[in-house]
Design a protein around this ligand. Structure first.
Ligand code: FES
Length: 163
């Protein structure tokens, strides 16, 4: 609108006002580009909310194994990254995936468990608790998977080494 108005003003001879509008249009476009970059590259909006999680590649103890009883979904902190830990009903293994929903960042540990899947509390995306695979949208990106093991009654977790 600013550029079209600027063009019209310049054609009618009001070149000064046209330049002002054109400069304003440039400012708006530059601000929009900055805002878009900030939302995408800093916050992962509409990209993948776990894209910038970089946990260290070594096992760390995160909770007592007994806390997983009763099919509980446990949110743990792995050096600043939130991870969801649960025991598989199917195989009995301890599984771990990112706790931040890849859709818009919902906290999966606050979601509902359905068998070996978790349903995000914000928009009901469904993820496999062991593989992180998307079972139902709106999310399109799988949750990052973590390796989990039990040592001396403690659950230990690290970033998965695949890929
Ligand atoms: S934030 Fe999880 S489905 Fe939207």
């Amino acid at each position: 609108m600013l550029n079209v108005s600027s063009l019209a003003l310049r054609r009618s001879g009001a070149r000064g006002t046209g330049r002002v509008l054109s400069t304003l249009a440039f400012g708006v476009a530059a601000f929009s580009a900055h805002l878009g970059g900030k939302l995408s590259f800093d916050y992962g909006i509409r990209v993948n909310r776990t894209a910038w999680e970089r946990p260290r590649d070594r096992f760390l103890p995160v909770l007592d194994e007994s806390e997983l009883e009763g099919g509980k979904l446990c949110r743990v902190d792995l050096e600043g990254v939130h991870v969801l830990v649960a025991r598989s009903e199917r195989t009995g293994e301890v599984c771990a995936i990112a706790n931040t929903c890849t859709h818009l960042g919902g906290p999966l540990a606050d979601g509902e468990r359905d068998g070996d899947t978790v349903i995000c509390p914000w928009h009901q995306s469904r993820f496999d608790l062991c593989t992180g695979a998307v079972e139902a949208g709106p999310a399109v990106y799988a949750e990052p998977r973590y390796e989990a093991r039990v040592r001396a009654g403690k659950v230990e977790v690290r970033a998965a080494r695949e890929g």
